[in-house]
Design a protein around this ligand. Sequence first.
Ligand SMILES: CC(C)(COP(=O)(O)OP(=O)(O)OC[C@H]1O[C@@H](n2cnc3c(N)ncnc32)[C@H](O)[C@@H]1OP(=O)(O)O)[C@@H](O)C(=O)NCCC(=O)NCCS
Length: 168
Amino acid sequence: MSAVLRDERLLLPLTVKQLDSVLAVELQAYPFPWTRGNFIDSLAAGYPSQVLYGPQGELLGYFVAMEGVDELHLLNITVAPAVQGRGHARFMLDELCAICRLKRAQQIWLEVRESNQRARDIYARYGFVQVGMRRGYYPAARSTHASGREDAVVMSLALTTGAPHGLE
Ligand SMILES: CC(C)(COP(=O)(O)OP(=O)(O)OC[C@H]1O[C@@H](n2cnc3c(N)ncnc32)[C@H](O)[C@@H]1OP(=O)(O)O)[C@@H](O)C(=O)NCCC(=O)NCCS
């Protein structure tokens, strides 16, 4: 996957060299962040993964997806807390759809914490629909979830019926 430059933002394939800065954002963004090992495993598996940079070379966000037969599974999409709400997730979702087209994938799948209403709303506005739940999928704080686990909402976006908004 090559670099994509658009609107003064640059998407580059994720490599091991970027992991320190990616992990710094990951730690800020999640109470239960991915580990370095999670990222390294994804890189070793060759999963499509990109890092988004701003005009000053600042890290804005990143995503990691897993390829299936005719689908992509979005495993991680994160925008640095300081620059959330500026369309960077939408920008990366557009790129993910472009990757799907290249690979002739027809569907994107993702899981999102049931309590992550902000992310759920963003995905829904992008065109994702809820297709199921995975019970106890995520670790969670016992202060909010007595079981220490939280359900995941499973969402999917079908790409066969035309481009979702945001795509040309
Ligand atoms: C969820 C998350 C990825 C969303 O990222 P984000 O960059 O804040 O999302 P966006 O800015 O693209 O979208 C939010 C809204 O910003 C608004 N926005 C503000 N400025 C914008 C601009 N210049 N261009 C486009 N949209 C803009 C839009 O209204 C958009 O709403 P929409 O869905 O109606 O388009 C981010 O909040 C995050 O990383 N959270 C922590 C980690 C997480 O929860 N990840 C998801 C796990 S499943």
